[in-house]
Design a protein around this ligand. Sequence first.
Ligand code: HEM
Ligand code: HEM
Ligand SMILES: [Fe+2]
Length: 498
Amino acid sequence: MAISAEIPLTGIDAASPGESTLSAGQKLALKYFVAAMVLFAAQTVFGLLAGLQFIYPDFLFGVLDFNVNRMVHLNAMIVWMLYGFMGSIYWLVEDEAGTELVGPKLANINFWVLTAAVTVVVLVYLIVQVGDGTRASIWLINEGREYIEAPRWADIGIVVCTSVFFCNIAATFMKGRWSGISGTLVLDLIALAGLYLAGMFYTTNLSVDQYWWWWVVHLWVEATWEVLVGCIMAWGLMKTLGARRRIVTTWLYIEVALMFGSGILGLGHHYFWIGTPEYWLGLGGFFSALEPIPLVAMVVHAVYDAGTHGFKSNNHPALAWLIAHAFGNFLGAGVWGFMQTLPQINLYTHGTQWAASHGHLAFFGAYATINIAFIYIALQHWRGNVWMSGGLPDGGWKWKWSLGLQCVGVMGMTVAMLIAGYEQAFVERAAGGSTWGAFFDAQTRPWFVQAMQWRMVFGVVTAAGMAILFWDLLTIGRDETRPAKQVPDPEAEPAAAG
Ligand code: HEM
Ligand code: HEM
Ligand SMILES: [Fe+2]
């Protein structure tokens, strides 16, 4: 069945305010977004617990150990971001393809299977993590690889679910129309499911194990996910600003070419000290040093588009979070990554709080932001395609404060950890010669201890911002009667489709 004319698919169509007309893909997207936000809250709670354990090592010892809190903090993060991406893609697919979602029933089952599996994995993380590591525990309890600790059965489940997702999306574009954005997106989704396989080998050699593990970790976050956010950013700019398709697609191609050019061999910055051949020092140092370039392009892209439209958008919170994404990605991934990517520097900073500092700013800046932007785009439409530009009834204080508190909070945590990392690089590495004793010595010095306290302070600021975000998401636009501001037609130029 073709979509009927009265079912508007995106935020820029004129649905009358108060009316909620969602397509199958959009309904599914909302489910993904709800699950994403629940997991985001879980991420924060377990982050706060892990942070407290840095200051009070006995806190919850034997009840909820640091390794468990850290693992849940990180896994909740990866999974909520995946949910956010899948939600965003389900949100845009029908609009971009100009047709209804193929296989909505399968897609729905997929959501529930994935969600049930995630719930079981988290419960197992929380309840059963003490005991011998055996082949059975790899299959059922924990695979032991940071970020992808999920047991093997869940690994297989994740690959199956992302493959079903891929089929839904690719089939919808095949039934409808293709564009530069959708073509890039579908190719990227192959990598999203496929790369996960590299994290499922069992090997007794730690170097070999790490070699493949980084394929998932680095090639996911620095190539696959970056391309994915490039695609959804391009679509988001068209919808919130009316940016021209021809322009966003051109930028997307440039960014993707640069990202693959630097990101793939940039993998070498994780091969410096794990027992791989020495040529990785040069290769990894050189290519990863180029990785910030596409991120600069993304900032220029977003600011250029927003500038040409005089920053007039139909959805201010979404645009603000998209801009936060462009800068956060550049700072967190580009600048903070670059700081420690040359082997001469990484020799001193490797595995210290520098890494955690970069990890926080990069994941928040690059991925939390854009997911939140998309949730605002979806909510605007769900609440009846209502007004979300300037002049909101409460002055828009909730979205502004939540954005401000979260950005200040994460930046504060990042700087605190960087200071701790500097101290570790000096005391543990340069002066102490990287001995076991120096490792502990560094963590008792005032700069480190105080930095961990400041990390907690800013962690609480971040959590406060998040609480206001949830409040805003539940209320924004609910009593609004004005229709959304009209933005220019992104397809205005006839030769547009990329
Ligand atoms: C959005 C993109 C990125 C994200 C989410 C990200 C995230 C992370 C995380 C979480 C780690 C810690 C991994 C661990 O546990 O060992 C890490 C390590 C690292 N990242 Fe990134 N990163 C991104 C992009 C970049 C870029 C563009 C560069 C270089 C310009 C970079 C350079 C590094 C380096 C050198 C390390 C190793 C740190 C060490 O030796 O301890 N990252 N990254
Ligand atoms: C809300 C307050 C938060 C607190 C108190 C917190 C605390 C922590 C702690 C204690 C760790 C373990 C660090 C270590 O092993 O040295 C950690 C790791 C991590 N957190 Fe958070 N976190 C918070 C929020 C976030 C947010 C919002 C993000 C990203 C969206 C994030 C991303 C990460 C990442 C990527 C790592 C792994 C870093 C690495 O491997 O080096 N955290 N966090
Ligand atoms: Fe990397």
